[in-house]
Write a new protein. Structure first.
Lengths: 305, 232
């Protein structure tokens, strides 16, 4: 991609959207990566020869996907309202979540994932508990009681407020807590689930996030990672420049590794090259510098009560 | 160059009393000889790349790969194919080897028909307007994605034009036609001048076969052998 003029960068040459090029200098486009690789790394006198462009394109995209999964820290954030069904559909480019928070009264409350299941698929059964089928032989699906109890607030959750019931399991209905009669002794709260905030559980197969009953009509903020493929628009796929050399090394390694007749030492060299460049890029991206460390170290003399 | 080649051929042939070669025959031999040498460029190119990789070719004036590329590039042509049936585009009649297909400033990649289905079925490799692809079918190319219906240009290596030594026929009493470069159908050889000795040698071989003169054929073959050895 050609270098931008100041006017192009700040105001997109007077076109809309004005912010189209803001921050674009951090990134190298997929087109540039593939072109540069074909020009500089593929040839009769190079380690990689007779490689088709689609090979390079495939490995470049795979490399970018891998980077998006962990190293790149390119988090996407979406804000949604949770309705009565206590369910939110996952964003279209969702791959995995980083953090899911409740936004209330100007504060973000990070939610914890419910380790227990809060949704289920309910198979219809007859009086003898035999599963029922339709005329096509498919199992008939009914309404899940587990889902229903969660949505109706009939699912017991842990109360972490003040008072003698702190840590007890109870029902939260319309903001009021109701507890069963206590039987037996209690030996402290279950720290694994000890969190006042609502909980969630992701139903990956259905593509939804199920929330506990406290989330009705609340705002949820989902921070998640995608694979960087920009919905299949190759012209928008890019990678941070700190990872540019790594991507070239990744493509080179991937091609050499799957090619017949390449000596093992060449494959190993390419592998080491790739790994060390990834490490370098991660260190660079982590922005460890004295000013930042100084701020962290300021807390060293603070008394911990 | 064609007149010089013809004069040399006639000189060699006549000197040894192997007979006269008519302009019609000469033009036929010339066409065949030029095609032979032209096709040989591609084999030599491949051989020299192998040699280059084992340091048997230098840079500058000893860069044989570059020299052969230059010879081939004489025939390089850029053409905008008819887009009436886009995304299917017809190839020009004179194409010998399709080198690059472009869509705007992007290269359209050639994909073999056996890989096409896999390529278009995969999310990661499916052709897009950013990374388009084409497949060849007969004398047409089909560009993918099918939304590309115009704006395609091709760069190809064309076949050499048929050389034609044109002449003015003199009166009935004169035996020698006179070379006429101004004729509308005149066509010189398109090969670079360094290939003139090779052209002469090849035409001599064809002439030798034609007049069933073994010595002329062998002489031409020996000359060609020497030239080929020199060129690698």
């Amino acid at each position: 991609m050609a270098y931008l003029t100041g006017y192009e960068y700040y105001e997109n040459n007077g076109n809309l959207p004005e912010d189209a090029n803001w921050g674009s200098y951090q990134y190298t486009s997929l087109t540039d990566i593939v072109n540069n690789f074909m020009l500089m790394y593929v040839g009769n006198d190079k380690l990689v020869n007779n490689a088709e462009r689609y090979n390079v394109l495939f490995h470049a995209k795979r490399g970018i996907q891998e980077l998006n999964y962990d190293a790149m820290k390119e988090t996407k954030i979406v804000e949604l309202t949770v309705c009565d069904n206590l369910r939110v559909v996952l964003p279209p480019d969702f791959v995995n979540w980083n953090r899911i928070s409740l936004f209330k009264d100007g504060t973000l409350f990070p939610l914890t994932e419910n380790v227990q299941t809060n949704f289920a698929k309910s198979y219809l059964q007859d009086n003898d508990c035999r599963v029922l089928f339709d005329q096509d032989g498919d199992v008939l699906i009914g309404t899940s009681l587990l889902d229903g109890s969660r949505i109706d607030g009939l699912h017991k959750t842990q109360y972490l407020g003040d008072g003698p019931f702190h840590g007890s399991l109870g029902y939260s209905i319309d903001g009021q807590w109701i507890f069963d009669f206590s039987i037996g002794a209690r030996y402290g709260s279950n720290s694994e689930t000890a969190n006042m905030n609502p909980t969630f559980k992701i139903d990956k197969a259905s593509g939804v996030i199920n929330f506990s009953s406290h989330m009705t009509d609340e705002i949820v903020v989902i921070e998640y990672i995608s694979d960087g493929m920009e919905g299949g628009d190759d012209s928008k796929v890019s990678v941070n420049k700190l990872f540019e050399d790594y991507i070239y090394a990744y493509i080179k390694y991937a091609i050499l590794n799957s090619k017949f007749g390449v000596q093992e030492y060449i494959v190993n060299r390419a592998k080491k090259d790739k790994s060390s460049l990834l490490r370098n890029a991660k260190i660079r991206l982590s922005n460890i510098h004295p000013g930042r460390l100084l701020m962290n170290m300021r807390g060293q003399n603070k008394w911990i009560k | 160059m064609i007149n010089s080649v013809r004069n040399t051929v006639l000189a060699v042939a006549n000197k040894q009393n192997f007979g006269y070669i008519t302009p019609f025959d000469f033009n036929l031999y010339a066409k065949q000889a030029q095609l032979d040498i032209f096709e040989d460029y591609f084999y030599r190119y491949s051989q020299w790349i192998t040699k280059q990789n084992v340091r048997q070719s230098g840079s500058g004036y000893s860069d044989h790969v570059k020299n052969i590329e230059q010879a081939i590039d004489i025939f390089s042509t850029i053409n905008t194919p008819d887009d009436t049936n886009g995304p299917v585009f017809p190839l020009p009649n004179d194409y010998y080897l399709l080198n690059v297909v472009r869509y705007g400033n992007r290269e359209v990649e050639r994909v073999s028909n056996s890989k096409l289905l896999h390529l278009t079925s995969s999310n990661l490799t499916a052709p897009t307007t950013t990374f388009p692809a084409y497949a060849m079918n007969g004398s047409d190319i089909t560009v993918y994605p099918s939304t590309i219906t115009t704006g395609v240009t091709i760069q190809y290596i064309r076949k050499p034009l048929d050389p034609k030594w044109t002449y003015v026929a003199l009166g009935a009493g004169d035996s020698e036609p006179v070379f006429d470069q101004s004729a509308t159908d005149y066509q010189d050889f398109e090969l670079p001048p360094e290939d003139e000795p090779l052209l002469v040698a090849k035409i001599l071989q064809y002439a030798g076969i034609s007049i069933r003169e073994k010595d002329l054929y062998v002489s031409g073959q020996n000359e060609e052998g020497k030239e080929t050895q020199k060129q690698g």
